[in-house]
Design a protein around this ligand. Sequence first.
Ligand code: BGC
Ligand code: ZN
Length: 352
Amino acid sequence: MTMRALTVRPLMPNSAAVVEVPDPDEADGSILCETIAVGVDGTDNEIVEGKYGEPPAGRQELILGHESLGRVLEAPPGSGFAPGDLVVGVVRRPDPFPCESCAVGEWDMCRNGLYTERGIKGRDGYISERFRIEPEFAVKADPALGRLGVLTEPSSVVAKAWEHVERIGSRARWEPRRALVTGAGPLGLLGALFGMQRALDVHVLDVVATGPKPDLVNKLGATYHEGSVDAAGDGFDVVVECTGVGPLVLHAIEHLAPDGVMCLTGISPAGRTAPTLDVDALNKQMVLNNNVVFGSVNAGLRHYQQGALALSRADRSWLEALVTRWVPLERWPEALERREDDVKTVIEIVAA
Ligand code: BGC
Ligand code: ZN
């Protein structure tokens, strides 16, 4: 059998197309799913623009898509999954070496870079009518969430960021009160959701004054700020940085409270140089305040579970509003467009 899939030749701009490909290889895993929806993000855009990505060994084309949601069609007995379950596939696979982290299942902390990532690096992704997944790399989505379970992968990334903030925070007494999230895109808004679920005083900063973002922040019970970090105030115990804008990253450090921890999750193209900055003063502040600034990428299995739990506890209509466009597979180019009022765009393959 064949199926439709969105493929791309990594590092070749504008090579993406919906084509017929063979059904998923059994080597991809014993669980067969029909694909309900796959979210798209900046990484997918970079791959389509020819700036990132790597095809599976011996091939030129890569099936795109890493934010999956599928419905199980076939699962072996004893796998823990049954036909009808809604599942999300984990993105990363451990490196074959494996490094110390991958050896204990912490592939998100891989130390040698030989990991693979579905839809990104060396493994087919999920934008196809069917996909296969290994039971140990599949996570159940709450059936009550329906197609919104597609938010599980971005939630896993945010769950890891928060978990690591807390693990770092607990190096000493840790009673965070104020959190700042920079950037009100999908990661930033989910980051704010996690902060609210921890009963923190959450502030979200973005550059826009209109569109769905201020509303989404207010509906969460968090406080929206527009413009400079200075507008958001001071004394943040936690900063979750979701813009990747270098000058903003450096500026946000100055707004950390004593003992404050800042997690960097955003990436933006290289090229911006720092504005004139007193780096000695920055160093002094970080030392005198016991500050930590760290980076975080990808997610381990437990973070997917934490992400799924956070989504199942969230307000359904708020999650609905986070996905601003559902685009059918045949109109995939529209899904990669960035429109003014976009928050999250999702390619929908079949109804949930
Ligand atoms: C994905 C991560 C991945 C990262 C780098 C992100 O878009 O969500 O799972 O590790 O890209 O490839
Ligand atoms: Zn590794």
